[in-house]
Ligand binder design. Structure first.
Ligand code: FAD
Length: 314
């Protein structure tokens, strides 16, 4: 079922999850174990992140440096296929502009359709430390709105080349939104204008970047509505489990923690796991009380903390 149908039909709170593929060389069992913890909470869907190739450097014994280009976490589509077909849980495959030509994206969409996967999250992608050279005979999507447009053209059977008697590919398309603005955007208003481009290109819903102060989410929704964005805006939450994350999360995701939460963690560092869970419970309860159909959890691979937040609802 499509994400948008899950939202339309929801009678109980929907808790969806986001997980990352294991690093190259690890077993699919890593992901299966995470999904086994999450499955009893009846997730309507699980997102699986995607990662472009990066440059990795290895110093040889003679002092020279070897540069290798590869994906640290390959396998997004395969993992989605396993979750959807083995666990019967809908998956949302993240698709990126960065590092993929339009032709490769079209191939990925054909593969997803064969696997029975009809949900994608269309993203620009985190800027890798390596910019794949796209051959002059290939084309690229620069912004997520371009990718949304490509996906939606397939709904009308418009492949990159004209194909007679082709199958139409129908995907539900989500896009990213940033309650505290995207780091490259000069201000929230400009970012929302660009978000509107993604909706106008045919996106069905928005999933937000993580936030730790619900006021930021509520303000973002208000600003989106003022900009005539009327699709569901699903709030994203990530539970912290170490004091170090008070620095690493703002550094990587450009989001802020409320002062009282920071003080509480710094005064009780040994209880950071419980404090992270308690904060997420407070956020979740307030979001659901505002009438939202559900919350999206950035599980990454820490399913146990998420389970603690939502076990009250099962
Ligand atoms: P866009 O919507 O393309 O926007 C990027 C920037 O360009 C913004 O500042 C925007 O305001 C601006 N912009 C957009 N359109 C225009 C335009 N026409 N003209 C000028 N400026 C414009 N990254 C990964 O690599 N893999 C993942 O799996 C992944 N999953 C994510 C899931 C969620 C829910 C979120 C919120 C983020 C995720 N990211 C992921 C991170 C994301 O790829 C980065 O934040 C990226 O920098 C921006 O992606 P976007 O799709 O929001 O980009």
């Amino acid at each position: 079922m499509k994400v948008i149908e899950h939202i339309d039909k929801a009678t109980n709170p929907l808790f969806s999850f986001e997980i990352v593929p294991p690093p190259r060389g690890r077993s699919i069992q890593d992901i299966v174990d995470v999904v086994k913890i999450l499955a009893p909470y009846n997730p309507p869907w699980i997102d699986v992140t995607s990662h472009p190739s990066g440059a990795f450097y290895n110093e040889r014994e003679d002092g020279t440096v070897e540069r290798r280009i590869y994906k640290k976490r390959p396998g997004t589509i395969g993992i989605c296929g396993v979750i959807q077909n083995r666990f019967k849980i809908d998956t949302v495959t993240h698709l990126l502009c960065s590092g993929f030509s339009k032709e490769e994206t079209e191939d990925a969409l054909i593969e997803l359709n064969y696997l029975g996967i009809h949900n994608i999250l269309a993203l620009k992608g985190d800027g890798p430390n390596y910019n794949k050279k796209i051959s002059k005979t290939r084309t690229i999507n620069q912004y997520a709105s371009d990718l949304v447009e490509q996906v939606n053209q397939l709904k009308n059977g418009e492949f990159l080349d004209e194909i007679a008697d082709c199958v139409k590919l129908d995907f539900c398309v989500g896009v990213a939104g940033y309650p505290e603005k995207h780091f490259e955007a000069p201000n929230l208003q400009t970012d929302i204008v660009n978000l509107k481009r993604k909706i106008d290109a045919g996106a069905d819903y928005v999933t937000t970047q993580m936030f730790y102060d619900n006021k930021n989410y509520f303000n973002f929704v208000k600003e989106c509505q003022a900009a005539d964005i009327n699709v569901p805006i699903i709030p994203g939450i990530k539970i912290i489990r170490s004091v170090k994350q008070l620095q690493s999360i703002p550094r990587h995701f450009y989001v802020n923690f409320p002062d009282d939460f920071v003080n509480e963690v710094l005064e009780n560092p040994k209880h950071v796991v419980e404090l992270g869970i308690a904060h997420a419970i407070k956020q979740t309860d307030e979001l659901l009380a505002s009438g939202l159909p559900g919350v999206h959890f950035y599980v990454m691979n820490d399913a146990k903390s998420v389970a603690k937040v939502i076990e009250r609802f099962v």
